[in-house]
Ligand binder design. Structure first.
Ligand code: ZN
Length: 151
């Protein structure tokens, strides 16, 4: 059994204890949800889209520290971004959690999630909230489930 110490870095612990933008967003015009039955993570994301820009984003849910911290980091990093910018950040994040390679763009606090790549079962925890938020922003409000091979 690998030591989880590296995985639960201070950034992740902090976002798990004090998740940012953890609320229902009354002004949301898009809502998405994600379900990761492998771990028991459930997340609802709220997006207020202005044109193609994510003006506000929040989430609520229950699940493991990784899913909650990653969703919290998602809200901080995607707020104010266009959908295209958000997809680029998610692509870097996805690469990072699957390979451990930190993207060339400034991933800043997101780099705390790089350790996830050592724990393949946790990758879906780390991507759940992002996937749900991007789907919602793009108008696909079908629940995201990690059972789909397309994740
Ligand atoms: Zn999880």
């Amino acid at each position: 059994m690998q030591d989880l110490t590296d995985l639960y870095q201070s950034v992740i612990l902090d976002h798990n204890r004090r998740p940012r933008n953890y609320a229902v967003l009354p002004t949301a015009n898009r809502v998405g949800s994600g379900n990761n039955p492998m771990c028991g993570d459930q997340i609802t994301v709220y997006v207020r889209l202005e044109g193609d820009r994510i003006a506000e984003v929040s989430f609520q849910g229950s699940g493991c520290a990784i899913s909650k911290a990653s969703a919290s980091l998602m809200t901080v990093n995607l707020k104010g971004k266009t959908i295209a910018e958000a997809e680029a950040i998610y692509a870097d994040l996805h690469q990072m959690v699957t390979t451990g390679k930190v993207g060339e763009d400034n991933m800043s606090d997101l780099a705390a999630l790089a350790g996830v790549h050592q724990f393949p079962a946790r990758i879906k925890c780390a991507t759940l909230g992002w996937h749900a938020a991007l789907n919602a922003a793009k108008g696909d409000e079908k629940p995201v489930t990690t059972e789909k091979p397309s994740d």
